[in-house]
Structure formats: structure tokens, C-alpha cells
Write a protein that binds this ligand. Structure first.
Ligand code: SAM
Length: 565
């Protein structure tokens, strides 16, 4: 479709921060990405996905800007990000107002009479409505767009939230995909506007006077392809494109995402407003400018958002939901991988930095027993040390390990266990009285160091890695992991609930998914950072480790690397 490509270098794309009101008077914060020709080039509006901000559309926006399009990406009102309003008041008709507010701004302030609209997931449902109402939208591009919200929420929660609402149940303040939302407002306004089920979408799409391009992930667990076909059947100008290897979160698969970005560029440029441009060679924005801009926007959000509650409270609450993860096949395979990589042998001393509920430690203890060919021990040599921020995690870890070591169930949290040690420690505060970074261990102590799904949540991951290097013996194996950027936790959730699980376990799995939503939010506002394989390897190398291999695990949603001191 697009023959060849070249790279756009730093300095050619600019981002301006602007703000304007939507039609209900709420201020919207937006970014304009462009190459300086605001008045002459066509515009693309990029609506954020539910639970995300404009920052998450930066990469796509720079693709578009590098190819001669001006982009307006915005934060939804009553949502996370910099726009006005409270998340609990979030409502779908409000997002429609936001999109129309963007069109007003482009027309009045930038002299742009029309724009292509790109939307993703839930914002797509609002984009269908906006495009059915406002002729200034010249083309609609939807990525994994929700066409039947009732069915999608039923798929996620295994409960018909809209159905029970329509039968009269009051939902009050309720968790919708990781955020506390006023259920009466959210459900009530969606129903009133006819945006909750398939029939409303069918009507909106049938009423479109402009082309609709719909990308659907072939492994999308939350959108039924049959529903997409039904939603678009009445619209001869709709064009469905299958994205191989893509889940609901298309960006989780960088290759699929790149393919979709390229096609979005092509479809945006081939809009009537820009005749002939569809054939021009594709320009790819230089990765470095995207990374630099991303860092700047993350800092901006970090300054503007104050997290509520302490990290200890947050992680204690999170670990409370962990028991369900422990039962999932994906997590078990992940722990097996950590175990295999650490190449445990008798006599080795292992540090588990950020041990949580001690599931990796449980693997170590079981392996030690297996290698000794016994099921219980009272005099195990030093084997395992777990450090964590939370007392909750450490207590659970001791309980798990204690039971594996044959302690009586009447004493689920033993005071001391053979061969193991536990300590509460905050990796964000690694300095001693003299200001020198110090874990409470001598140099060259451990044969194996594991730091599983922890580095992303620290202010200075590099500082911990340096300390891990100090306390590791020369030649020690180091296993590090991180969730992938744009990871899709729904995969693990879906795989789990399709196992033979009880109602209570489904309920706990929902809790865990909500908790994962909170982690995504903290990542979104810049308090946490997920790493790709190259970023994680670079961090390890910077701290002086030699990186050997990297793996995808945890339903392909996490990166694990094996390194050595
Ligand atoms: C996602 S859990 C991972 C737990 C465990 N390593 C695993 O893989 O199952 C993140 C863990 O990091 C710990 N953690 C987060 N911030 C920390 C900090 N500043 N210092 C020490 N531990 C921290 C949390 O308490 C939690 O146990």
C-alpha cells in the first residue's frame, strides 16, 4: 500500500499544548502535533481510549505528523489527564461533547472546516455518535472499537451490568474497568442516549455519510466479530480490516501496532481533503524524538497529579487480590520460567527483591526439598531471603513457605523458618545514614538475585539495580522482569476464567483486573514505567550486568531477562 519509507528527524515535529472548552463549558487540555503548517495541512483528531490520556496516542500522532498531517490529541473531560472534571462523573455523551468541542476549536482557532477522527475501544462508541451528528468529521477510523458496550462489559465482568441496571438495580459508585465511576450517571446516560447496546451503534453507523475504517484485533477477547459485522452491515462505506496477532490492546503487539499506524496514516492522507497524498512514501518518526517527547509529557503529568494514599497501602491492597493470580496457568508458567532461569542448585543463596506473596520463593523452597528428596525440613541451610515493602506480602510469603516446609497449618504465619529470612524494606529509600545506597547485606553475598515485576514501580530503578549488583557474587545469575509497555492484563484474566474456576474465583479475578487497572493508571500518569525488552536490558547493562537472554512470559505480557554479574 505504501511503497517505501524514510525517517523524520528531531526538530521537524513540534508539539504545542493548548486548551479550549467543550460545549458544556468544561476545559479540555490538548496537544497539537505538527510540522509548522497549521493552516495548510489537513487535521486528524485522536480520541483517547478509556482510562488513558493524550500521551498514549503520542506515537500514532507523530506518525501522522511526520506524514504531513496536523494532529489534535486531547484528554477527555471527567477523566484522567489534564482536562476538567471528575472521573466519577464520566459519561459517554460527555465524550461525544468533547469530540465536538475539538471540531469547534479546529474550525474557530485553526481555520480547519473538517477533520479525520481516530478513536480506540470505548471512545470509538462515542466517535460513531459524533460522526453521525457532525458533518465536519470527514472520515472515521476506529481501532478495536466497542460496538456493544453491554456485551463487552458482560464479557469482562461475567455479569450483565446494563441488564441489571435496566431491571432496577442501583449501582452507586462502582468500578468500571479500573475506575470508580458513578454508576447511575454512567449507565443511565448511556441508556438514555441509546449508546449501551448494539442497536444504537447500528443506527449511528448506518447514518454515517462518511467512510468508516474499522480495525479489529483477531484475538480481541472483548469485542465480538459478529457484533462488528452486524454494526457495520448497514453502512456500505465501512471497511473492516483484520489485524493478525492483535488483542483488544493492539499496541501490546508492536508489529501489529506499527502495521495499524501505517494504515491509519494512509487512510488519513487519502482523505478527500488531501488529494494525491495517499501515494507519497511513508515517513517514520525518529524513535528518539518520540521517546524525548514522551518523557516530557510524563514529567508534566507527574507534576500535575498527586497520587492518593501511600505505596505501602497500595501494594498491600494489591497483594490481597493476588491469590487468584497464583492459581492462573499463565502466572505458574511465569514462576516456572523464573525458577528455570535462576538454575537453582543446593547451597545457593537467593535474594528475592520485592518478593510480594513469595510465589517465586515457594518455587525455591519446593525445589530445595525436591533436590534433597524430602518433604519437610527443620535444618535447611541458608537458602532464600525475601525483601518487600509490605508486611502483608512478607506474612503471606512466610505462610506459603512455612506450609511447604511442613509447618503446622495451625500456625500459618510462623515466626521463623529454616533456611529463609524476610525483611521489610523500601527500595525507594536505599540510602543509609551517611547517604550511601545500601541494602542490608554485605558485598558479594548472593548466588542468585531475582527481582520480579518490581523495577517498574520504583522512583529510581537504576539505584536498586546497582545495589543488587553490589550484593550479588561475581558470576551470580540475575533474573529481572517488567510488564510490557501497553500490556494487556485481560489476556491473563480471560485465560484464568476459562479454566475450571468457581464463582468466588471469578469475583477475585475481577478484583485483580481492577487492581491492574490502577497500576495502569499510575503508569499512565507517570508514577510507574513499564519497560520493553531493550529498555530492561539497557537498565541491567547500565548497572554493570551482562545480559544473556530475554523472554516473553505471563501470557506474553511480561518481559523477563537473564543476566549475570
Ligand atoms: C507486582 S508485585 C510483584 C511481586 C512478586 N515479585 C511477584 O513477581 O509475584 C510488586 C511488588 O513490589 C513491591 N514493591 C513495590 N514498591 C516497592 C518498594 N518501594 N520497595 C520494596 N518493594 C516494593 C510490592 O510490595 C509488591 O510486592
Amino acid at each position: 500500500m505504501i511503497a517505501d519509507s524514510s525517517h523524520v528527524h528531531a526538530g521537524q515535529i513540534r508539539t504545542d499544548f493548548v486548551s479550549f472548552s467543550n460545549r458544556t463549558g468544561l476545559r479540555l487540555a490538548a496537544c497539537l502535533d505538527h510540522t509548522g503548517e497549521l493552516r495548510t495541512r489537513p487535521w486528524v483528531i485522536v480520541a483517547p481510549k478509556y482510562g488513558e490520556t493524550k500521551k498514549n496516542n503520542l506515537q500514532l500522532a507523530y506518525y501522522l505528523a511526520a506524514n504531513g498531517l496536523n494532529v489534535l490529541r486531547f484528554d477527555q473531560s471527567n477523566h484522567i489527564g489534564e482536562s476538567e472534571g471528575r472521573m466519577q462523573d464520566f459519561a459517554l455523551p460527555g465524550v461525544v461533547d468533547d469530540i465536538i468541542g475539538c471540531l469547534d476549536y479546529l474550525e474557530q482557532e485553526q481555520g480547519a472546516p473538517r477533520a479525520v477522527l481516530v478513536s480506540n475501544s470505548l471512545s470509538a462508541r462515542c466517535a460513531f455518535r459524533a460522526a453521525a451528528r457532525d458533518a465536519r468529521i470527514s472520515k472515521l477510523i476506529s481501532v478495536a472499537g466497542v460496538v456493544n458496550m453491554q456485551a463487552t462489559l458482560r464479557e469482562v465482568y461475567r455479569e450483565d451490568i446494563f441488564g441489571t441496571y435496566l431491571e432496577g438495580r442501583h449501582w452507586g459508585l462502582t468500578d468500571i474497568l479500573g475506575f470508580d465511576i458513578n454508576g447511575e450517571i454512567f449507565l443511565g446516560t448511556a441508556v438514555e442516549a441509546g449508546m449501551h447496546d448494539l442497536s444504537g451503534t447500528v443506527a449511528d453507523i448506518a447514518g454515517l455519510r462518511v467512510p468508516l475504517v474499522y480495525f479489529y484485533g483477531m484475538s480481541d477477547a472483548w469485542i465480538s466479530y459478529d457484533d462488528v459485522r452486524r454494526a457495520t452491515a448497514g453502512q456500505p462505506r465501512s471497511h473492516l480490516i483484520a489485524v493478525e496477532g492483535a488483542m483488544h490492546e493492539v499496541r501490546e503487539n508492536p508489529r501489529a501496532a506499527e502495521d495499524v499506524f501505517r494504515q491509519i496514516v494512509w487512510f488519513s492522507r487519502s482523505d478527500a481533503a488531501y488529494p494525491g497524498a495517499g501515494q507519497a512514501p511513508l515517513q517514520i518518526p525518529d524513535k528518539k524524538i518520540v521517546i524525548a517527547q514522551n518523557r516530557q509529557e510524563r514529567e508534566r503529568m507527574r507534576r500535575s497529579e498527586t497520587p492518593v494514599g501511600t505505596e505501602t497501602d497500595f501494594w498491600s491492597g494489591y497483594l490481597e487480590k493476588y491469590s487468584v493470580l497464583e492459581k492462573s496457568d499463565d502466572y505458574r508458567a511465569y514462576i516456572e520460567l523464573l525458577g528455570r532461569l535462576c538454575a537453582f542448585r543446593p547451597g545457593a543463596l537467593i535474594l528475592d527483591a520485592g518478593c510480594g506473596n513469595g510465589m517465586f520463593g515457594l518455587w525455591v523452597v519446593r525445589e530445595a526439598l525436591r533436590q534433597r528428596r524430602v518433604t519437610t525440613v527443620t535444618n535447611l541451610p541458608s537458602l532464600y531471603v525475601g525483601l518487600d515493602l509490605t508486611e502483608r506480602g512478607l506474612n503471606d510469603a512466610m505462610g506459603h513457605h512455612g506450609r511447604a516446609l511442613g509447618q503446622s497449618l495451625a500456625d500459618p504465619v510462623p515466626k521463623a523458618l529454616p533456611g529463609t529470612g524476610y525483611a521489610q524494606f523500601d527500595f525507594n529509600d536505599l540510602t543509609d545514614a551517611a547517604g550511601t545506597p545500601r541494602l542490608p547485606f554485605a558485598d558479594n553475598t548472593f548466588d542468585v538475585v531475582c527481582c520480579s515485576l518490581v523495577l517498574s514501580y520504583l522512583k529510581r530503578p537504576h539505584a536498586l539495580l546497582q545495589e543488587l549488583r553490589r550484593v550479588a557474587r561475581p558470576g551470580a545469575v540475575v533474573v529481572l522482569s517488567s510488564m510490557k509497555p501497553h500490556c494487556d492484563m485481560s489476556v491473563i484474566y480471560r485465560d484464568f476464567i476459562t479454566q475450571q474456576v468457581t464463582e468466588t474465583e471469578v469475583e477475585s479475578a475481577r478484583d485483580l483486573l481492577r487492581a491492574a487497572g490502577k497500576i495502569r493508571l499510575k503508569e499512565e500518569i507517570g508514577h510507574y514505567a513499564f519497560f520493553s525488552d531493550t529498555e530492561l536490558a539497557a537498565l541491567a547493562a547500565e548497572a554493570g550486568f551482562t545480559v544473556h537472554e530475554s523472554f516473553n512470559s505471563l501470557g506474553q505480557q511480561a518481559i523477563v531477562i537473564k543476566a549475570q554479574k
